[in-house]
Design a protein around this ligand. Sequence first.
Ligand code: BES
Ligand code: ZN
Length: 616
Amino acid sequence: MSFKNFLPLLSLLLAACNSQTKIEPAIFNADMQTFSNYESVHTKHLQWDAEIDFTNKKVKGIATWSFENTKQVKQICFDSYALQIKKITVQGKEVKYHETELKTNFGSGLSIPIELTDTIVSIEYETGENAIALQWLSPEQTAGKKMPYLFTQCESIHARSLMPCQDIPANRITYNAKVKVPSGMMAVMSARNPTEKNAEGRYSFEMEIPVPTYLIALAAGDILYKAIDERCGVYTEPSMLEKAATELSDIPNMMKAAEELGGPYRWGKYDVLIAPPSFPIGGMENPRLTFATPTIIAGDKSLVSLIAHEMAHSWSGNLVTNATWNDLWLNEGFTTYFERRIMEKISGVEYNDMLWELGYQDMQSDFDALGITHEDTRLRIELKGRHPEEGFSNIPYEKGAVFIRMLEEGVGRKKFDAYLSKYFQTNAFKPMTTEKCLAFMDEHLFDGDKTLNEKLKVHQWVFEPGLPDNCIHKLPVRFTQVDITRKQFEKDGLTQKMVVSNWTTHEWLQFLRKIQHPLSTEKMKSLDDAFHLTGIGNSEIADEWYKLAISSNYEAAFPEMEKFLASVGRKKFLEPLYAEMMKTPSGKKMAAKIFEQSKQNYHPQTAKKIGKMLQG
Ligand code: BES
Ligand code: ZN
C-alpha cells in the first residue's frame, strides 16, 4: 500500500480512536457520593425489564431511562456498582461507553455519549456477585423452606448495585417495571402491586409518583397477601400471614392518626412486607410497601411503633426528601417525632413517654460512644466523601426528634401542627436542605421572630455538636416503678415482691438496660428461672438479655444466643452483641466462631459491617 492510499485509512482509524477517547470518564462528586451528572442532565422515568435468575443469583435487566438534558451536555453519567454492562443504546442505536474503575463503597461511573436532541438511553446489564443491595436466600433460609427468596435494600446508595441509575436523593423518577420470577412466586415492588400470584411469574409494576432511587425496592419469593382494610394489608410468607396480619391490625388506626398530623396520604395503598429474619434493618419506608423485619412480630403488638415510623416517612422522607445524606436528620428526625405522635394517639401519653425515654437513652449512648464534641453529633453532618452510612447513628433520629419536640413545646402544639402540615404540603416531592428547612421554619413557625429562634437555640441544635440545655427530658411514670423494682433486685435478689405481670416490652428494656452488671450467675439464673428470658421470642428483650448474659458470663444463655445470632440478621441486634463479646479475649473467640457459623445467613451489608468489627 502506497503512503497516499494509506492516508484516508489512517484518518479513519484516528477518527475511530477519537470517538472512543472523546468519552470523558464520569467524575466522582464526593459531596453527593455520586458519579452522575444529574445537575446537567437528569433521568426522569425508568422502564425496567428484569428477570430474576435464582440459579445464578443475578438480576438480568434492561434499564431504559428517559432524561432531560437541561445544560445541553454531551454525555450522561450513571452510578453503577459491580454491574456487568452488556450493551447500551441511545435512541435505539448502539453506542460505546466508558466505565471507571470500581471505587470502594461507591461503585463506578458510567458515561454514555449523547446528542443534544437525545432523550432515551437503554442499558442492558446483569447484577454482580457482590451486589450490595441484594440478599439471595436459599429455601432453607426462608420460613417455608420451599422456595428461594430475594429482597433489596437500596437506602442509602445501594440502588446502583441493582441497576445503573443516578443514585442521589435530590433527583426523582417515576418508573414502570416488568419482572419475571420463577413460576409459583410473587414479586412485589415499591409500586402498585399484585395481590395474587400468577402462573407464569410475570408481574408488571407502576410507580407514577416521582421518587428518589433509594426508594426503589423489590422482593420475590413465596409471598401471599392479606388485606387489613381497603387501603392497608400485609405481604409475607404463607406461614407468617395470619400472625402478621393480627399483629399489624392497628395499621388503619395509625394511618388515621398520621393523616391528621401530616395531611392526606398521597401514595394510594399502604402495605407492609414482613421480610425473612435476615432482613438487615428494622424497617424501610419503600413507598406503598414498607419492608419490615419479622422481629417486630412479638405476639402482643408491643413492637409496632416501627410501622408507625416507616408510615410516617410517607410524609417526612418520601414527600419531603433530604437533598443530600448530610441532611439525613430531615428524614429521620422528623419521622421519629412523627412516629411518637402517631403512637401517642394509638397508645396514650404514658405509654409513649416510655418510647421517648428509650430513644433518649439510645441517643445518650451514642453521645457517650462518639463524645459530645464529635462532629457527627451535629444534626446537619458533613460526610465529605465518606459513605453515608459511616456517619450513621441514633443522633439524626433521636436528637432530631427531641429538637422538634422542643420546638413544639416552644410554640405550642396548635401552632406547631399547622406549621408541620404546611411544611409537607408546600415542599412535597421536593428535595429539602437543612438551610431551606430552617428558612421555612423561620417564616412559618416563628413568623420571622428572630428572638424566638435564638431563644430556642435553633442554630446550636442543628449546627453544633452535643445537646443544648433546653432539651426536654421527662421521666416516664411507668419507669419509676421499674427503677424501684430494679434497685430492690440489685440489693436483695429476687423476692416475692417483684411484680412484673403488667410490664410491657418497654418496662423490661428499662429494667435490663439499667441493671448494674455484671450480675452474679445466681442472680442471672434466678431471673431466667422466673421469667424464661433465655430463648424468649421477643427480640428486643432477647437482645438486652443476651448482652447482659455476655457481660455477666452467664453461659446457660449462650446456646440460645447463638441460635438468635444465626437466625436474626438485623444489624441493630447483632452489633451490640458482637461488640459486647469483643470486650474480652474469650468473648473474641466466641464472636469469631459464631460469625463463621452465621455469616452465610447475614445480608452482605451486615456481614461487611460485623466482619470489620471483628477485625478491628
Ligand atoms: N430509612 C431508615 C433506614 C435507613 C436509614 C437505611 C439510613 C439506610 C440508611 C428506616 O426508616 C429506619 O429508620 N429504620 C429503623 C427503624 C426505626 C423504628 C428507627 C431501623 O431499621 O432500625
Ligand atoms: Zn426512618
